[in-house]
Write a protein that binds this ligand. Structure first.
Ligand code: PLP
Length: 481
């Protein structure tokens, strides 16, 4: 409802103790009255002298507020004249602000955002981090001092560096060398794109290659971040069952547009895809209709034999994307991942990368290049490999000792987590709920199934947890079961 001249000052409440100055308070409250239509278009405001005297503030305070509102286009003010309201506000709320979560009109989300909301990702863990949350390396063991020195040097030298390109050459070269010698990835530096995460790589691939209705195969159970990225882009997902050799080839299903897989340590089971199976998938991609996305999120951590070379290195036809992340090998909050793209797609992906703004800060890229080139990355990996190996064995022993009759542990040859299956007839979601209340965090295996879950079990992280934490968590689990 419009307000009279005399009530304008009554509607304004200035707090002298407020950290916000009087001018800012007055400007914001007048702006609110205009935006809500209580001071309508064409309304002449009181003179600065009158409003100042009604409010008990200096005339300058009111003049500065009027000037600010004039600069923002809310009022027209000229010397010697009282300001006039210039916009048509809307009668909405008394405070003039739109309440959180509200907006005018109907929310019409894009198909992409609608599908994102249907996906069970990002995973929701409630509350603080607890043992044995899966998916993490031990950030407490990360050499923060060394990393800080690399960051500092990179920031100090920023002045001497040229701006751009978005994918820093030094890091691309350091990664090319690291991936060739340690993971048998075959690529030139130009094929490497530096991204804020592995998830960014999946989103980029989906946006670049997937049209609504395209068939995409994912492992079942599998990594929900990948399923979400492809589902949101309109793909029709098929969950492919696993056997002892990992994801199975399904010639009867025709040729999909894309296959997503985690051959080094299948997520979540940790199974290693056999060479025979890798060769079959590569052969299936050869006619040129199917792309393969190899997600090597924790391939650095292999304990029982030499790490198995990446599938990408066996591909002679440019059909494999190799995705990696530093969120397991370094810290989960480092927010750096990468994509080794087939050469034919590099320029398209680089354009898409910039459109989507999936760019990692260049001083962090430079710092990481130094961290790798100076040997700190490999030294950290060597140390973590020993530590995580011992923790995996410790968790397996503890589970067998305390819960051997109830859980069937699948010992992965590497990685950062393992699956312990529940006896037939027991459901995992209720167990996960009970455990989290008791202080042990796990993920239900059934929640990682694409369709109707076939198996129930617990996904347990071991890499991030010290042996005494693992022992305590397993004792708690035993008391809950
Ligand atoms: C299979 C798999 N791929 C990718 C990622 C995510 O990596 P980033 O944090 O770099 O997106 C995870 C994280 O848990 C994962 O389990």
């Amino acid at each position: 409802m419009p307000v009279s001249d005399t009530t304008i000052s009554a509607l304004i409440e200035l707090k002298r103790t407020d950290g916000e100055g009087l001018v800012a308070q007055l400007t914001s409250q007048l702006r609110g009255l205009i935006a809500t239509g209580r001071l309508g278009k064409g309304r002449v405001l009181p003179s600065s002298r009158r409003l100042a005297s009604d409010l008990g503030v200096s005339r300058n305070t009111v003049t500065y507020a009027f000037e600010q509102l004039a600069a923002e286009g809310y009022v027209a003010a000229s010397r010697g004249r009282r300001p006039v309201v210039m916009i048509d506000g809307h009668e909405r709320s008394e405070r003039g602000a739109v309440a959180a979560g509200e907006c005018v009109g109907k929310l019409q989300l894009s198909p992409w955002a609608t599908k994102l909301q249907q996906a069970d990702w990002p995973m929701s863990y409630r509350g603080e981090l607890k043992p044995l949350r899966p998916g993490l390396g031990d950030f407490r063991e990360f050499p923060n001092e060394v990393w800080a020195r690399c960051l500092r040097r990179s920031a100090v030298h920023a002045g001497r560096r040229e701006l751009g390109p978005v994918n820093r050459l030094r890091l691309r070269e350091a990664l090319t060398h690291y991936l060739a010698t340690n993971r048998d990835v075959r690529a030139t530096a130009e094929q490497i794109m530096i991204l804020p995460s592995a998830q960014a790589a999946l989103t980029l691939i989906a946006a670049t290659l997937i049209a609504p209705g395209d068939h995409v195969w994912v492992e079942d159970p599998g990594y929900p971040g990948a399923a979400a990225a492809f589902h949101a882009s309109g793909a029709r997902l098929t969950g492919i069952r696993l056997d002892e050799q990992g994801m199975q080839q399904m010639p009867g299903l025709g040729a999909p547009r894309l296959i997503f897989m985690t051959p080094s340590h299948q997520h979540p089971t940790g199974r290693l895809m056999s060479l025979a199976r890798r060769t079959e998938f590569l052969a299936a991609s050869r006619p040129g209709r199917t792309w393969i996305v190899e997600d090597d999120y924790d391939g650095e951590f292999h304990y029982d034999s030499r790490p198995v070379p990446a599938l990408q290195g066996l591909d002679a036809h440019g059909r494999v994307f190799y995705v990696g992340t530093f969120s397991k090998a370094m810290r989960s909050d480092i927010r750096l991942g990468y994509l080794v793209a087939p050469a034919a797609l590099v320029s398209t992906l680089e354009i898409a990368q910039q459109h989507m703004g999936l760019i990692a800060a260049s001083h962090i890229q430079e710092a990481l290049a130094e961290f790798i080139a100076d040997g700190h990355f490999l030294a950290h990996l060597r140390r973590m490999r020993r530590l995580y190996h011992a923790r995996r064995d410790h968790l397996v022993e503890e589970l067998q000792r305390h819960l051997g009759g109830m859980l069937l542990v699948e010992v992965p040859p590497g990685g950062i987590q393992l699956v312990a299956r529940l006896e037939r007839g027991r459901t995992d979601r209720a167990a996960v709920k009970r455990l989290v209340e008791a202080g042990v965090e796990t993920r239900a295996l059934s929640s990682l199934a694409l369709g109707k879950p076939r198996d129930h079990g617990l996904l347990l992280g071991f890499a991030a947890w010290r042996e005494n934490e693992i022992s305590a968590a397993v004792r708690t689990m035993a008391s809950c079961f």
